[in-house]
Ligand binder design. Structure first.
Ligand code: ARG
Ligand code: GLU
Length: 715
């Protein structure tokens, strides 16, 4: 009895039991979640969601590019994903004269669709639990020989599954290596751009609204997967034809209602639900505040210069978006974890873990030392975590000229081993990289970053983490002198001179560069980091991973009667919840849905984040919503209580009947701690209503012909 009570408390406390938390393995729905899903209204079977023998939803959900999800919405390989997922493809076809980012792009027939070298769509053939084969022959092994055996087993399994290059196969650990799954993909490499709304729709609200509700972004873009005449993956060719998929999602015109069952299928990238209290403490009280502090400094400098100079505004737009995306999420994460009392909750969970261990009959030794080891390891990690974050954010990501410094050969040994032909290739590659770099570089902005961030590095980090060359330099000069002495003297701040130097680059050029003041400074920092930060940081992290694996094993044993889901690892998952709003603060109630009316209300003349195009205003004014509107309103976005994370962008939101009703693109700020701890009260994902997508394609863009190939369902 006591045990049962304990389990219930444990389950309620933290990891499982809360209704909508979880990112589930699609092959295990039968075992874990289908009952609850059906109670909530879901009408399909586990086989309808995932099957290798029959057409199932999984055949319509793909990995789009390297970090997003997409779904197939016609029998001719039409693919839907987010605007921010297609962004770089759209950008690559854009120029000042033909600005698809500002104006949108719509292929009016198949031969106007635009190829995107390097872009892929990966279809999951199958996934299998291969734990037994991975662990085969490892029982008596430890340490390096265990690692080696595991690696060899994994390699063999992958190679077999690849069938001589026909598939891409990857074995990934789940539950910190307590389980392994094999994933086999068919990879399509001819993926063409079909349509994208203008930025004023696809990125409406910009970074201001990012991570926020209420939201009014039409964050979608459309592509098409092409195959060869045998319907197999093939490199781009004019002879390729639209791919005939095994499955595609029917598109519902019916819309959504509060409390409707809602499901996401997709590729959530990474979560950390099973961390110990010490790790959560470190994130709340050190890692996130440090990174937020540095990025606040960066973003302030960005905006100051972007405001001053329209050219800089364009050059730094994407840098700003990238830098601010995580910055804003980290802030929400800290707030959310504190609000949840996350450290206390974890400590209570750990107390129960301890108790469970003492109550168990076997008293497995490994579990006994888990918590004391965490305690010690996180104390050891703390100073290194700080140094690691400062170096990452400042030296390797923050200051642009250091990125440029990293392009060049470090000595002439390697160079001398190459012949003239290869030298020529290297020079060409360097020039290309430099040109790209200078396109998005503003010297004044970067100089200010240089002094501001280096000052932070010196004032906030313990001396032992900094090379002498660096501290001496900073002690000797004030900001202005430092810039002149180091930055302006560097050939790296002079594109023309650098160009010349690289055009007939040789051993002399290499040694000249290595004496450059910026490169010398960068190398001093880089080498000091490698020797005095990274090595130790990594070795502590490795030990933490080992302990975490034991802890996870213990948790799995302790909760064997409960449902556990593995942390996200960019493999296909099912998550579900219901359509609902939330109360972000006392006295405030957020509705579950927004409409086009809100777009008009947010409009601000001259603010690029809240630009509204005349055509959209006109459609709104005349309520010309076609069959996509309802009760005189045009729905735009909505929220549901589904557990999602980065990588879920572009995931289909599927209703109880297995039809597409929305497209996931973000989470609400108050719930961004869900990567570490989920709160059913506050965690909401954000989707574009599919009716808004159809409305924009048809009424706004006049590309309604695309709807003809979709399977629109009206009941
Ligand atoms: N927050 C969303 C996601 O991680 C969207 C990011 C892109 N949009 C933007 N305004 N920066 O990642
Ligand atoms: N925008 C995120 C992405 O690009 C999804 C939002 C989230 O983190 O939940 O995957």
């Amino acid at each position: 009895m006591k045990k049962i009570v304990l389990f219930v408390i444990v389950a309620m406390l933290c990891l499982s039991g809360t209704a909508k938390e979880g990112m589930w393995i699609p092959t295990l729905l039968e075992k874990y979640t289908i009952e609850e899903m059906q109670e909530m209204g879901f009408r399909l079977t586990p086989e309808d969601v995932y099957s290798v023998n029959q057409r199932s939803l999984k055949d319509a959900v793909v990995i789009f590019g390297t970090g997003c999800t997409g779904e197939i919405i016609s029998n001719k390989g039409l693919l839907l994903t987010n605007h921010h997922c297609g962004f770089s493809a759209i950008q690559s076809h854009s120029s000042v004269e033909q600005d698809y980012l500002s104006d949108g792009f719509w292929a009016m027939s198949q031969n106007e669709e635009l190829p995107n070298p390097g872009l892929t769509a990966k279809f999951l053939e199958r996934m299998v639990d291969v734990s037994d084969s991975v662990f085969a022959g490892t029982v008596s092994l430890e340490g390096d020989s265990l690692e080696a055996k595991l690696d060899a087993n994994i390699l063999r399994i992958q190679q077999q599954a690849e069938e001589d290059g026909k598939y891409e196969a990857v074995v990934k650990p789940l539950f910190y290596g307590n389980q392994y799954f094999l994933y086999v993909y068919q990879v399509f490499t001819d993926v063409r751009l079909v349509g994208a709304p203008p930025r004023a729709i696809g990125k409406f609200g910009g970074d201001t609204d990012n991570w926020m509700w209420p939201r009014h972004t039409g964050d979608f873009s459309i592509f098409r997967v092409y195959a060869n005449e045998d319907n197999e993956p093939a490199a781009y060719s004019e002879d390729n034809v639209p791919y005939k998929p095994k499955s595609w999602l029917p598109v519902s015109m019916e819309g959504i209602q509060p409390n409707d069952f809602m499901m996401l299928m997709g590729y959530p990238g990474s979560t950390r639900q099973y961390l110990p209290s010490q790790a959560v403490d470190m994130i709340i009280n050190q890692s996130n505040p440090d990174r937020i502090k540095i990025r606040t400094a960066i973003l302030d400098i960005f905006s100051e210069h972007m405001k001053k100079d329209p050219k800089v505004r364009i050059q730094y737009a994407s840098k700003y978006a990238k830098t601010s995306n995580s910055w804003k999420r980290w802030k929400g994460e800290v707030r959310g974890l504190n609000r949840l009392n996350a450290i206390k909750q974890k400590q209570a969970y750990e107390a129960n873990f301890e108790l469970w261990y003492l109550q168990s009959d076997t008293l497995e030794q490994a579990y006994k030392s888990v918590l004391p080891q965490f305690e010690k390891l996180y104390v050891d990690l703390l100073p290194y975590d700080k140094a690691y974050n400062y170096y990452q954010e400042i030296v390797f990501k923050g200051i642009d000229i250091f990125k440029l410094a990293d392009f060049f050969p470090r000595n002439d040994k390697g160079w001398n081993r190459l012949d003239e032909e290869r030298h020529q290739l290297v020079r060409k590659a360097l020039i290309l990289k430099m040109t790209e770099y200078f396109d998005d570089y503003d010297q004044e902005t970067d100089q200010e970053l240089f002094t501001e961030l280096l000052r932070l590095l010196r004032s906030d980090l313990d001396r032992s983490f900094l090379p002498k060359e660096f501290t001496n330099l900073l002690a000797k000069y004030d900001d202005e002198k430092l810039i002149r002495k180091v930055y302006e003297k560097s050939v790296l701040s002079d594109p023309e001179k650098l160009q010349e130097l690289v055009a007939d680059f040789d051993t002399k050029g290499i040694s000249k560069l290595q004496k450059d003041p910026v490169i010398e400074l960068y190398n001093a920092l880089r080498v000091h980091y490698q020797q005095n930060v990274e090595l130790v940081y990594q070795s502590i992290q490795d030990r933490i991973t080992d302990v975490q694996q034991q802890y996870m094993k213990g948790i799995m044993a302790m909760e064997k009667n409960f449902q556990l889901y593995p942390d996200a690892n960019f493999t296909l998952r099912v998550a579900y919840g219901k359509v609902e709003g939330y109360q972000p603060r006392d006295g405030v109630e957020y509705a579950y849905q927004t409409t086009l009316q809100g777009v008009m209300e947010k409009y601000q003349l001259g603010n690029p984040d809240y630009e509204v195009l005349e055509k959209l205003k006109a459609l709104h004014k005349t309520s010309d919503f076609g069959e996509y509107g309802i009760d005189g309103q045009m729905p735009v976005a909505y929220t549901a209580s589904i557990h999602s994370t980065g990588g879920n962008s572009g995931s289909p939101a599927i209703n109880a009947k297995g039809q597409l009703v929305g497209l996931n693109f973000d989470r609400c700020w108050e719930g961004t701690m869900s990567d570490i701890m989920f709160d059913p009260d506050q965690c909401r994902n954000i989707m574009v209503d599919i009716r808004y997508v159809l409305f924009i394609i048809d009424k706004f863009a006049g590309a309604g012909y695309l709807l003809d190939e979709m399977e629109l369902v009206r009941e």
